[in-house]
Design a protein around this ligand. Structure first.
Ligand code: ADP
Ligand code: F6P
Length: 468
């Protein structure tokens, strides 16, 4: 088995992080995938240093070896807060209205990718497979090639790829995609994002794309494929039955005093459709006065990317909206929305999921969405809850037995809440069983194995620096 060198912006091993947990799909999936594979996980430590030295901090946590570097404040500002989260993130989530372009962001992005390449290249041995993750590091493969790395290098994008008409609004879009065409394999969460990418490559770059996803570029062959990510199935099916999960479940259940509970668990991000979700729940309360006082929505939303203005704005808007809905509907002994901004341990989350009658997973756009899968896995199969899922989450392509909704329509989501609360046990069980089967059949280990096997099986790219 080849060693795996995983490279991502963020490196965090959830069990080593204590109560705050890891609040992003990438960290959760990679730590689960790496636990069973020999290798190194390289990335940014999340810490600042006054002057970049390239010093590698190597650690071993929960069977995973991590190697991290610190970045300068200007790097963090231009690369992470800037190009990654003020340019690419909104654009790739179809939010052109929030997308900002600034040359200093481009420069910071290039600089930090070059720093990543300089620091990770010496760790790579001849037989290693290199697996790069997400939108922070799209040009890293080309920079590694420039340094003479001839290993197989794959890239997986955890977020959507936008339609061509949106993507071309990015200055230097062709340069960015051309830099990606130094990978041997480019993976996407769903066929939809894959199709958007190959559409761009065909229409804007005029490159041939074969039916199996092979792209021909400058004498190289690059394979583009969809690899839908899964969860650590047992972590949630078994985790939900653990003593800690049961304690969390009972604590939450007793606090709602026999009421039905809806749950939402999302990073505090505008792509997650939290404002629309609150509005839909408010509408449900107004339209169903007979049921309203017997229902509570628990929204867990840990703050994310707090130095970016659009995230400060969404936080402010949600606080106002939750206050407004609670003000309009609450009673002395009942508040309809419990809005909590903190992280929880994963077993506690499993207990909360199991206690909830409905999960509201209603992003406006999402590469996949792991919360939807975790919720299903944590349910009691005898008396399962109902998953209400946005049709715009990548997960909707697999989880077709969820109650699928358009998250922009408050009426539709409100109706879905009502229907789900009244759903007979038999239908809940049937839907749950079908969802569970699909989650078990494509878990995080299958995802890793499919990607790694495809990368390994792929013919090596012609080295850009010919070997003697
Ligand atoms: P994204 O990657 O955009 O954040 P996902 O739904 O794919 O969205 O993944 C989010 C991950 O973060 C899930 O594994 C979820 O359990 C975890 N998470 C989200 N909120 C919390 C929280 N408050 N405490 C602990 N883990 C969280
Ligand atoms: O899964 C998408 C993603 O953007 C990851 O790349 C990222 O680690 C996660 O969400 C959380 O975001 P951040 O690392 O910016 O806190």
């Amino acid at each position: 088995m080849s060693r795996l060198i995983v490279v991502s912006n963020r490196v965090s091993v959830p069990k080593a992080m204590g109560a705050a947990g890891a609040q992003g799909g990438l960290a959760v999936a990679l730590s689960a995938a790496l636990r069973e594979h020999r290798g190194i996980w390289f990335g940014w430590s999340g810490k600042e240093t006054e002057t970049f030295t390239g010093h590698l901090d190597m650690q071993r946590n929960c069977d995973v070896t991590t190697a991290t570097i610190d970045l300068e404040p200007q790097d963090i500002d231009e690369y992470y807060n800037g190009y990654a989260n003020r340019t690419l993130w909104p654009l790739f989530h179809y939010r052109i209205d929030l997308t900002e372009y600034d040359r200093s962001f481009d420069e910071g992005y290039e600089r930090v990718n070059a720093r990543f390449a300089d620091s990770v290249a010496p760790l790579i041995e001849p037989e290693d497979l290199v697996w790069v993750h997400d939108y922070h590091l799209l040009p890293l493969g080309s920079m590694l090639r420039e340094k003479g790395v001839t290993n197989r290098i794959g890239m997986f994008l955890h977020i959507p790829w936008p339609p061509t008409r949106l993507f071309v609004s990015l200055p230097n879009h062709e340069q960015l995609v051309a830099s990606m065409l130094h990978y041997d394999l480019i993976g996407f969460q769903t066929e939809e994002w894959l199709d958007s990418f190959t559409h761009y490559v065909k229409k804007e770059m005029g490159l041939p794309v074969a039916d199996d996803g092979t792209i021909e570029y400058q004498g190289r062959q690059i394979l583009a494929r969809a690899f839908p990510i899964g969860i650590d199935y047992e972590e949630f099916t078994e985790g939900a039955r653990s003593a800690e999960a049961r304690e969390a479940h009972d604590r939450l259940k007793s606090s709602v005093r026999g009421r039905k509970m809806l749950i939402g668990v999302d990073r505090l991000d505008y792509s997650k459709g939290l404002g629309e979700r609150f509005d839909s729940f408010g509408r449900f309360l107004t339209d169903n006065p007979d049921m309203a006082k017997d229902v509570v929505l628990l929204q867990i939303a840990p703050p994310s990317r707090e130095n970016v203005a659009s995230y400060q704005q969404i936080r402010h808007d949600l606080e106002r909206k939750a206050g407004h809905i609670n003000g309009a509907h609450a009673d002395v002994a009942w508040v309809p929305i419990r809005y909590v901004n903190r992280g929880y341990r994963r077993t506690e989350l499993a207990g909360f999921y199991r206690a909830a009658d409905i999960a509201l997973v209603t992003p406006l756009r999402d590469g996949m969405n792991l919360v939807a899968k975790e919720y299903v896995a944590a349910q009691d199969p005898e008396d399962p809850g109902v998953l209400i899922l946005s049709q715009f989450a990548g997960a909707a392509l697999q989880l077709t037995d969820a109650v699928l909704v358009n998250p922009h329509s408050t009426e539709e989501v409100s109706d879905a809440i009502e229907r789900s609360l009244r759903m007979p046990l038999e239908e809940r069980r049937r839907r749950h069983q079908a969802l569970l089967n699909s989650i078990r059949e494509e878990d995080v280990v299958d995802w890793r194995e499919a990607f790694v096997a495809t990368l390994q099986g792929k013919r090596t790219t012609e080295p850009s620096h010919a070997e003697p």
